[in-house]
Design a protein around this ligand. Structure first.
Ligand SMILES: [Zn+2]
Length: 253
């Protein structure tokens, strides 16, 4: 299994439009962060978690020519706004399977009505195959996925475990019984927005405490704001086996 970080930035990305913050002006490529998403390659299949506004650029960056499913964590725009750009995959492969909570599908149906339209569909509009997921393991073909339920302030969010890899973003609280699903991980990815506390995201301290509790072999931080600081400087402050993810980072698991 291969995991590629397509984007590691918070909702506005880094740089933020018009910002003169030093991190936004940084020349270090690792300080350029598109909106969060990962690509998972397994047995000749290609899956992505979330499909934000940078999806098109992310697919171009990876020379992607195949997309077998999209799994959605939640409906916020930084995780969903790129859905229209599945068109090249749809033209080649037909309906693209999407896996999401029924609330998320309802939200997508409202915002991308033309994608979900069945009668008098506009020619050229893409289509998806809807798969409702609940907080129970499911299979994409024969690939087992275990959802991890969390809260993004008052909004339910899914994280996902595939084998000994788990990806959790936009979490603020995770119940103990959900943490139990994260035993014996080789790699845990978790959101860490900035140092200051935030209403709906782990800050750095909360993310590190969560990692300490889960005890994966390695952990990577994502959904990063420019307020967290320069990649190179933040990395130096992190405990052993905890790393800041960056766009393009590839893990072979
Ligand atoms: Zn987000």
């Amino acid at each position: 299994m291969k995991v590629i970080f397509l984007g590691t930035g918070t909702s506005q990305g880094i740089p933020v439009i018009g910002s003169t913050h030093p991190v936004c002006l940084s020349a270090d490529k690792k300080d350029k962060r598109l909106r969060v998403s990962v690509m998972i390659k397994h047995n000749d299949r290609v899956y992505v978690i979330d499909c934000g506004p940078d999806f098109r650029q992310q697919m171009l960056n990876q020379n992607a020519s195949q997309l077998d499913a999209i799994l959605f964590t939640h409906e916020h725009a930084d995780h969903t706004a790129g859905l229209d750009d599945i068109r090249p995959f749809f033209f080649k492969q037909g309906d693209i399977p999407v896996y999401a909570h029924k609330r998320v599908l309802k939200s997508l149906r409202k915002r991308f009505d033309y994608i979900f339209e069945t009668e008098n569909k506009y020619p050229g509009a893409p289509s998806v195959e809807e798969n409702i997921i609940t907080n129970a393991p499911f299979f994409i073909e024969n690939f087992k996925v275990t959802p991890i339920n969390g809260m993004h302030n008052i909004l339910q969010v899914f994280g996902f475990r595939f084998k000994d890899f788990a990806y959790l973003t936009d979490m603020k609280t995770v119940a103990e019984k959900e943490i139990e699903k994260l035993q014996n991980l080789d790699v845990l990815v978790v959101n860490a927005l900035r140092e200051k506390e935030h209403l709906s995201h782990f800050n750095l301290e909360e993310a590190l405490a969560f990692i300490d509790k889960v005890k994966p072999k390695k952990a990577y931080l994502t959904h990063i704001s420019h307020w967290l600081g320069f990649h190179e400087e933040v990395q130096k402050k992190l405990p052993e086996n905890v790393y800041l993810a960056y766009d393009g980072l590839t893990l072979n698991l």
